[in-house]
Design a protein. Structure first.
Ligand code: 5GP
Ligand code: MN
Length: 341
């Protein structure tokens, strides 16, 4: 079987916390991605199976390509259900916070969660977890929070309570946070877990198709436009930058999630090890950063864009104009030259 990564005392604390309550709220980060939804819904299915009353609440709605996830139709988004969500936070007996390390990542929902009287249990794989949870299951060496949820359920002695829906959610998070097992994916036990999930009945090829092959024509055209017209290469810095204005997004009928994955594409160019994607959002510039090898995308995100993340996948934001944000980035590129391999 797989090794016991999660410390025994944490398992005991989680067991005790779950056993003594009914009302459990599960939350994740703003703009929930495949791992955020995979991990929260996997935990939701598990808690239902063992007879609890869990609710998943997200700061903002997840993208369409995740709508097929079993249980997705029961998820509450805070933006559109604030009153109900606030009530649920206030009356919760236990709150799980999944796939983020700092309350800031919950955006407008952060205060309601942090001020709720219920104890928090964090399950996450980002570096430097903030000190807000009573129990912190933080393992940055694990490539997805969904994998941690699998490990947690197993260690609670409840492998047999993982049903097909739960297994599908776990697999989706493991797959999306590793780019379909193309980065951060050398952990041998990932593949032991996948084998277990297949035994439970998941169709991994179908999940791949549902997540990666269901885009709109508009999204593909936007991608083509980005690569043809909007991608700037900085050969000296092995860097690529793609930017999109809100006007351009509008021209391509932009929907939430349409730009997902764009930032990864330039890494397939020989001689590009760092790729950045910036797009205008309603009140800020949203920035995604990806790297390969040892180049620290998270360092750049933290130092330039008030963000963070993992070595090879990070994000941040800017409240200047797009032009100013681009200038700041281009001016700073020489400072990171030493980190290139
Ligand atoms: P994405 O580019 O997919 O939005 O984010 C990639 C990773 O960067 C996320 O998994 C998360 O770890 C991190 N990240 C994204 N946006 C932010 C942000 O605004 N602040 C911090 N601290 N991390 C972020
Ligand atoms: Mn994750």
């Amino acid at each position: 079987m797989i090794s016991k990564i999660i410390a025994e005392d944490l398992i005991t604390k989680v067991r005790k916390a779950i056993d003594s309550v009914e009302k459990i709220v599960i939350v994740t980060h703003v703009g929930p991605d495949g791992d955020a939804m995979g991990s929260t819904l996997a935990l939701w299915h598990y808690l239902m199976t063992i007879g609890k009353e869990p609710v998943v609440i997200v700061p903002t709605m997840f993208a369409n390509f995740l709508k097929w996830l079993p249980g997705a139709d029961c998820v509450l988004d805070y933006e559109n259900n604030k009153a109900k969500a606030d009530e649920l936070f206030a009356s919760a007996e236990l709150i799980f916070t999944l796939d983020f390390n700092t309350p800031k990542r919950m955006a407008d929902m952060a205060d309601a969660v942090i001020n709720a009287p219920a104890p928090k249990i964090l399950v996450d794989h980002h570096l430097h977890p903030a000190d807000f949870a009573k129990v912190a299951i933080s393992y940055p060496e694990i490539s997805s929070t969904s994998e941690l949820i699998f490990r947690l359920i197993c260690r609670l002695g409840d492998f047999s309570e993982i049903n097909l829906a739960c297994a599908e959610c776990i697999y989706t998070g493991m797959m999306t946070d590793t780019g379909g097992f193309t980065y951060n994916s050398n952990g041998q036990e990932i593949y032991i877990i996948i084998a277990e999930l297949i035994k439970l009945g998941i169709d991994k090829d179908e999940i791949y198709r549902k997540v990666f092959n269901t885009y709109s024509a508009d999204r593909l055209r936007l991608m083509g436009f980005c690569l043809f017209q909007k991608m700037k290469i900085f050969p000296d810095y092995k860097t690529a930058l793609i930017t999109l204005t809100s006007k351009e997004l509008y021209q391509f009928n932009f929907q939430n999630g349409d730009a997902e994955g764009f930032v990864n594409i330039p890494l397939s160019i020989a001689g590009v090890d760092f790729s950045v994607f910036m797009r205008e959002d309603t009140d800020k510039i949203k920035i995604s950063l990806r790297s390969q090898g040892t180049f620290p995308a998270n360092k750049v995100a933290a130092e330039l864009f008030n963000g963070g993340g993992h070595l090879n996948a990070a994000g941040g934001e800017s409240f200047s104009t797009l032009a100013e944000t681009v200038k700041k980035f281009e001016d700073a590129l020489p400072d990171y030259k030493d980190f290139l391999e």
